[in-house]
Ligand binder design. Structure first.
Ligand SMILES: [Zn+2]
Length: 74
C-alpha cells in the first residue's frame, strides 16, 4: 500500500481512496466498476465508505478494489 490516502465524494457520500502501487498489488480483485479483474501488478485504488454509518469494521470489510480509470468515472 502507498502511504497516503485521500477523501472523495461520490453521489453525496464520502469515501476514502487508498492508492495501491503496482508493486504492492499482488492479488486479483474484481473491480465493481466494470466487473473485470484487477490483475496483480496493476496500480489501482482501494475504496471504502468514510461516513462510518456501518461502523469501522463493516467499512473495512466493504473495501473494494477499483481500476483507477473505473473509479475516476464512477
Ligand atoms: Zn474496472
Amino acid at each position: 500500500m502507498s502511504s497516503w490516502k485521500r477523501t472523495e465524494v461520490r453521489r453525496g457520500r464520502e469515501y476514502l481512496v487508498q492508492p495501491v502501487s503496482a508493486t504492492s498489488a499482488q492479488k486479483e480483485y474484481v473491480c465493481p466498476g466494470c466487473g473485470g479483474t484487477v490483475l496483480p501488478g496493476t496500480a489501482h485504488v482501494v475504496v471504502w465508505r468514510a461516513d462510518g454509518v456501518l461502523g469501522d469494521e463493516a467499512d473495512l470489510a466493504s473495501r473494494r478494489h477499483w481500476h483507477n480509470h473505473c473509479w475516476s468515472i464512477a
